[in-house]
Design a protein around this ligand. Structure first.
Ligand code: SF4
Ligand code: SF4
Length: 360
């Protein structure tokens, strides 16, 4: 197995403090000890030492959302995600990926997205070539949350902004999730970078895509010659510049922090600023960098019950703090929270609460 010294160090540094056992949304959803960074470190350590085979730990390596809650809380200061990504690459290269992962990779190769779906007709119709700014929706939103993409495009139009939109663009973050740093991921990222580089500015809707483009692509030397802006930042700018006029209502909203915004991009504020402009902000427990993830849609393809249980845990947390309306800042969590929403609760995207509170 070809894994880096850095990964070996992380695996060996685990002090078995069990902190990651309390914060892992998957472990909390399944109640299984194996669903923790600690258990994965142990499994990886056995493989490194030749005491077990890579295929023995393959399922468990894919039972991780890569949300980074363990990284945020690991007492060693190391990042367990580093070895999980490397293990995924090694598992795929060794040909011992679980069948459900092989199926997702095949769909990605054949159809351009891991869901194996065609672009929804309404988004094909919404495609626009002209504009110096590109609205980059990302594959998760295009195939799993097309209504959110239409809302976002509608809001941009109401602001009088001219944005190009190509629903076929895929950053490669999906391959990064499934296979880590492989040639296929690198090639997908390079193709996307080339397409993005034709624009002055790219507004990135999905924070997982933005984190991937800003961090992994740059680390690998994939050159992206454009200015990348998060959708939250773009929305705040549209409101602050007066292009979008909003009314502040008395409605209470609680933000479901996206782990990609909060932990990967270090932005726990932009979503809250939007809520403050259109309503009254409430807070749940486990917010900001401590946020408990409510879902991941690639993983929901092969562990739907577990992902939905994680989302339901988030609803329980909301209920305990009397938060009846959640606002999401990622398509993954919008879809999972909507699918598991208890009666009398609501979930909206940030763009939707702006649309619902627009002034003249
Ligand atoms: S990255 Fe998230 S899902 Fe994976 S082990 Fe850490 S806390 Fe659990
Ligand atoms: S938090 Fe870090 S040190 Fe503690 S058990 Fe988990 S991986 Fe090991």
């Amino acid at each position: 197995m070809n894994i880096s010294e850095k990964s070996k160090k992380i695996i060996d540094s685990c002090r078995f403090c069990w902190m990651c056992r309390h914060v892992c949304p998957i472990g909390n959803a399944t109640g299984l000890e194996r669903n923790t960074a600690r258990a994965r470190a142990l499994g990886a350590s056995l493989v490194v030492r030749g005491a077990t085979e890579l295929n023995e730990i393959a399922d468990n390596v894919y039972e991780c959302m890569l949300c980074g809650a363990c990284t945020n809380n690991c007492m060693t200061g190391w990042d367990p995600k580093v070895f999980i990504y490397e293990l995924r690459r090694e598992i795929v290269y060794a040909g011992c990926a679980p069948e459900y992962i092989k199926a997702l990779i095949s769909k990605r190769i054949e159809s351009g997205n891991v869901f194996g779906l065609p672009v929804p007709e309404k988004l094909t119709k919404a495609a626009k070539k002209n504009g110096k700014t590109l609205f980059f929706a990302g594959a998760t939103a295009v195939y799993k949350a097309p209504e959110c993409v239409l809302d976002a495009l509608g809001l941009i139009e109401k602001a009088g902004e001219k944005c190009a939109f190509d629903p076929l663009l895929n950053s490669g973050a999906d391959l990064w999730f499934l296979t880590g740093k492989t040639k296929e991921t690198f090639d997908a990222a390079s193709r996307c970078a080339q397409a993005l580089s034709g624009y002055d500015q790219v507004v990135v809707y999905d924070p997982k895509d933005l984190a991937f483009l800003l961090h992994e692509c740059r680390e690998w030397g994939v050159e992206i010659k454009t200015s990348l802006v998060s959708f939250n930042e773009y929305l705040n700018n549209l409101i602050d510049s007066g292009k979008i006029k909003v009314n502040k209502s008395e409605k209470e909203y609680a933000l479901q922090d996206s782990y990609a915004y909060a932990r990967d991009l270090g932005d726990c504020e932009s979503g809250r600023k939007i809520i403050d402009k259109v309503g009254v902000r409430k807070e749940m427990l486990l917010i900001g960098k401590e946020a408990d993830a409510a879902g991941e849609l690639i993983m929901r393809e092969y562990m739907p019950a577990v992902i939905d249980a994680a989302a339901r845990n988030r609803w329980t947390s909301a209920k305990n703090m009397n938060c009846f309306t959640l606002v999401t800042e990622s398509p993954d969590e919008y879809v999972t929270l909507l699918a598991t929403k208890p009666e009398n609760f609501e979930v909206f995207t940030l763009e939707k609460i702006i649309l619902n509170n627009m002034g003249e």
